[in-house]
Design a protein around this ligand. Structure first.
Ligand code: COA
Length: 366
């Protein structure tokens, strides 16, 4: 029996599976959110303004932004019951991303409309991350802060109300927000295409982003970067990994084969930040690793490479790296859920069977 479907490259590499009006990437290194360069958005807009743009497809008016920001801050905390379950599951010290995924499954959500449900989940992500971390270490949770969305998020993960550092953090949040059909977004779209509820689709996305080839890369980057004392160590490390044909986390990308524009933007910000923090040597080590990888393998650094050391200099515990990425990407997922269900077709590919055939039960048992 022959499957007459179309064969596509493994991993759907370079396969265009659907259209989207949310964002676009290209191999030359361009990233667009809803028609605007993502880097320009990070430079000029606040996190919540960009989130509004990504979700609703247009820049918000003053009133729309006020209402949107108000909604996100009103829905930022957990109700008592959800909070006590989060405390319970966090006591076993799971990774924060696992606590996030479990909490999204059971938490009380007030809203009923799809977009509002999704935004309510996005609004609670910083609180869930912060409390999961603190419950797992037996320390007190932090009070709900004031300020912009990025300032509040920054406070909840560092305990610091520092506007300057929160602004650096905000730029990274914008870079993490959206990236067309990456693995977690695609998983969410597959789930959404069954017309499952938005909460379940976010759980699918959270389960997918956790993998080390996707969102789990950034904490591994920090580990090896901090081991290098100087440029020489950096070079030796890369030599060692590549001679053993091992993958180095923080390098390579399915779409960006020459340059990841997000990485280059954060690299530029990192230069400023590392000087401001008196830790320029960390920037130099990163540059050396990037150079070595490019010269040897022509593989560019990706966002996670520069994001790891950037977050480290912002005083963010490594446990938060993936939760930060997932929290910001939640706005992208929101937009994709809405887009998928508004013009839906069940995503259900076929496979080519390569297993055994013609086996006979009686013979097999002999
Ligand atoms: N370190 C060393 N070699 C790498 C590499 C890395 N980080 N990323 C890719 N390569 C090499 C592969 O070994 C492979 O070499 P080969 O052809 O000699 O076997 C080649 O480049 C193609 O890699 P492949 O994994 O097939 O490409 P892909 O498009 O499927 O993979 C990633 C993209 C992101 C999965 C891959 O680059 C990777 O695993 N990177 C590390 C994880 C990471 O940083 N993830 C965050 C992404 S934002």
């Amino acid at each position: 029996m022959e499957n007459t479907g179309i064969d596509v490259p493994k991993g759907l590499d370079k396969v265009i599976v659907d259209t989207t009006a949310i964002s676009s990437t290209d191999a030359e290194g361009e990233l667009i959110y809803r028609g605007y360069h993502a880097i320009e958005l990070a430079e000029k807009l606040a996190y919540e303004e960009t989130a509004y743009l990504v979700v609703y497809g247009k820049l918000p008016s003053k009133d729309e932004l006020k209402e949107f920001s108000g909604f996100l801050s009103e829905r930022a905390s957990l109700d008592k019951k959800s909070d006590s379950i989060l405390r319970e599951i966090s006591s076993g010290r799971p990774k924060i991303i696992d606590s996030m995924r479990s909490t999204v499954s059971f938490m009380h959500i007030e809203e009923k409309e799809n977009d509002k449900v999704l935004l309510e989940i996005a609004a609670k992500m910083p609180r869930i991350s912060s409390d999961a971390f603190r419950y797992s270490r037996g320390t007190d949770t932090l009070p709900e802060p004031d300020g912009s969305l990025a300032e509040r998020f920054y406070y909840l993960i560092t305990g610091k109300a520092d506007k300057k550092d929160a602004r650096y953090f905000e730029k990274l949040l914008v870079m993490y927000m959206e990236h067309e059909f990456n693995a977690s977004t695609f998983a969410l779209r597959v789930a959404a295409s069954t017309l499952t509820d938005p909460r379940s689709a976010i759980v699918a996305a959270l389960a997918t982003i956790k993998g080390p080839l996707h969102g789990g890369a950034n904490s591994e980057v920090l580990e090896y970067m901090l081991k290098a004392q100087n440029r020489d160590d950096a070079r030796k490390f890369m030599e060692y990994k590549l001679s053993r044909k091992e993958k180095v986390m923080g390098f390579g990308h399915r779409v960006y084969k020459k340059v990841d524009p997000r990485a280059q933007f954060i690299k530029k910000e990192l230069l400023e930040l590392s000087k401001a923090k008196g830790r320029k040597e960390l920037y130099d080590i990163a540059i050396e690793m990037e150079k070595e990888m490019w010269e040897r393998k022509k593989i560019p650094a990706n966002l996670d490479f520069y994001a790891a050391i950037y977050m480290y200099l912002l005083g963010i515990d490594e446990a938060f790296y993936l939760p930060i990425f997932a929290s910001s990407r939640c706005f992208g997922w929101t937009a994709h859920y809405i887009e998928q269900v508004s013009n839906n077709k069940l995503i259900r590919p076929s496979s080519r069977y390569t297993g055994a055939s013609g086996l006979n039960i009686r013979k097999g048992k002999e």
